[in-house]
Design a protein around this ligand. Structure first.
Ligand code: SIN
Length: 513
């Protein structure tokens, strides 16, 4: 079968890109689950955009750059903040029901923004509303969707992407599709970690596919940990949105003490990496595996109308957040690095684009500003489709000299005894050794184990075995990049190199070529 566009993944990046691509040609979406099964659905907070009269693209630019720890691509950030209002208008036109106040789109505050600029829908169900709006549009369009179908290889000939090989997860049969353009929109890799806020689909599939096809993978050491995921025994971590602190929620330790002002003058609304690390220190200090968010001083009506989803989820687990403290702890949340693209979503392989969390456009740098990710999707997916409209297969230009260092995965010393690779083993290893605070010893042990696992894994045959392969491979990139970066910057904190270094004012790229 031959298509103009093959899109791999069906979160907001895949669906939005497909709706744009449909205007330009035939489109096939390949998705390993159902089109409702994606990370976007879990996004509570919202989308940042400078749309209020007190705000400006310049201020949004300044906040994004400040959060990014010196590694944002300024041109990409400028595009992000400038094109934001038009892309929000596109979402409104598609039918996304953003919450309003007095007839205007309502805006809330999140950490490290200088002004309330976060749009939300259904209170704290922004991702779900966007996803439902887009998937309904896709279901009633001519776009073809193959569910339960896992992409296993990008076909590249003479440096050009030509198609995709895939596995039908229900029957085990293999398929091959040809196309003019391949767009990877597979989401992140939060399943690397024992505690994460992501859906089960986030297994680094796009990273593994792209690397094996010869694409460049950049900034993998920067994995963002959200400071506040619900921590209840036997309950999968559930995001307690940063907007809860934006609306006045307070972090307290197990003794009820408000600790954030001890760590930073920005207190509860400090950048995410600082709150996550401070929370970890506080948990250690008090010998507890959790801290608490307190919203009991807010009016119950504010809590239940602004955060209906969180309120309901906690209540279903026996916790009335309007009366009691909410137990939380940090959890892996967002992969800042990914498949390197230019400001048109193009990779270094002609005809291969990447969008969303699996891509790295350079807007997040070393630490993503809250609620910039869904904005990045809509801005850069649009640009990718503009570029492909021209019909010519081009590729991203090389970056300026001196801003990047290039590596291949290293040969590693096999540890004496390694357990057999498994999903729980991968998750425990990353949580223990490649987590919020790392050092040379922990990273070296993890890198050796991951290399041994990669060597030991049999060829994949079904969805779980492909996902495990992809996680081990993506984990190697995260771990080896973290080992190389001998400094602390943004979300990457090395206890053996706790300061930033001007020597590392550059990016780490992995490539198989
Ligand atoms: C949140 O609601 O705290 C998550 C928003 C984001 O990660 O941008």
């Amino acid at each position: 079968m031959n298509y103009d566009y093959i899109i791999v993944g069906s979160g907001i990046a895949g669906l939005y890109t497909a709706l744009l691509a449909e205007k330009q040609g035939s489109v096939l979406i390949i998705t390993k689950g159902s089109i409702e099964d994606c990370n976007t659905r879990h996004a509570q907070g919202g989308i940042a955009a400078a749309i209020s009269k007190n705000d400006s693209a310049d201020l949004h630019f300044k906040d994004t750059i400040a959060a990014g720890g010196g590694l944002c691509d300024e041109e990409a950030v400028r595009i992000l903040v400038t094109e934001a209002p038009d892309r929000i208008a596109d979402l409104v036109n598609l039918g996304v029901p953003f919450d309003t106040l007095d007839g205007e789109i309502a805006l809330t505050m999140e950490a490290a923004h200088s002004i309330p600029r976060i749009l939300h829908a259904g209170g704290d169900a922004t991702g779900e509303h966007i996803e439902v709006t887009l998937s309904n549009r896709v279901r009633s369009s001519k776009i073809q969707v193959l569910e339960d179908c896992l992409a296993t290889e990008i076909v590249v000939e003479k440096g050009e992407a030509k198609g995709v090989k895939a596995l039908d997860c229900r029957t085990g049969s293999t398929m091959e599709f040809e196309c003019r353009f391949v767009i990877l929109a597979t989401g992140g890799a939060g399943q690397l970690y024992k505690f994460n806020t992501n859906s089960d689909i986030a297994t680094g599939d796009g990273i593994a596919l792209a690397y094996k096809a010869g694409a460049e993978i950049i900034d993998m050491e920067f994995f963002q940990f959200h400071p506040t995921a619900l921590r209840l025994p036997g309950v999968t971590p559930f995001l307690i949105s940063e907007a809860v602190r934006g609306e006045g929620g307070i972090l307290r330790n197990v003794e009820g003490y408000r600790f954030m002002p001890d760590y930073t003058p920005d207190g509860d609304l400090a950048p995410r990496d600082i709150v996550a690390r401070s929370t970890l220190y506080e948990m250690k200090k008090t010998g507890s595996d959790r801290v608490f968010i307190d919203v009991t001083h807010l009016s119950p009506r504010t809590v239940t109308t602004r955060f209906p989803h969180i309120y309901r989820f906690c209540l279903d687990h026996g916790l009335d957040v309007t009366r009691g403290l909410v137990p939380v702890a940090p959890a892996a949340h967002y992969m800042m690095g990914g498949i390197k693209t230019d400001s048109w979503g193009e990779t270094n392989i002609a005809g291969l684009f990447a969008c969303g969390e699996t891509a790295c456009t350079g807007v997040h740098g070393a630490n993503r500003l809250a609620s910039n990710s869904m904005l990045e999707v809509i801005v850069f997916s649009k640009r990718a489709m503009e570029k492909s409209k021209r019909g010519v297969k081009t590729k991203a230009a090389a970056a300026a000299k001196g801003t990047e260092v290039r590596h291949s995965l290293s040969q590693r010393q096999a540890p004496k005894a390694v357990p057999a690779p498994s999903l729980s083993g991968v998750q425990q290893l990353h949580w223990d050794k490649v987590g919020i605070i790392r050092d040379k010893e922990s990273l070296t042990g993890a890198a050796d184990t991951l290399a041994a696992w990669q060597g030991a894994l049999p060829p994949p045959t079904d969805r779980p075995s492909y996902e495990l392969n992809n996680l081990v491979f993506t984990g190697r990139l995260v771990t080896e990049a973290a080992l190389l970066r001998e400094e602390s910057r943004g979300a990457h904190f090395r206890s053996d190199f706790p300061q930033g270094s001007s020597r590392w004012q550059r990016h780490i790229i992995f490539t198989s070529r």
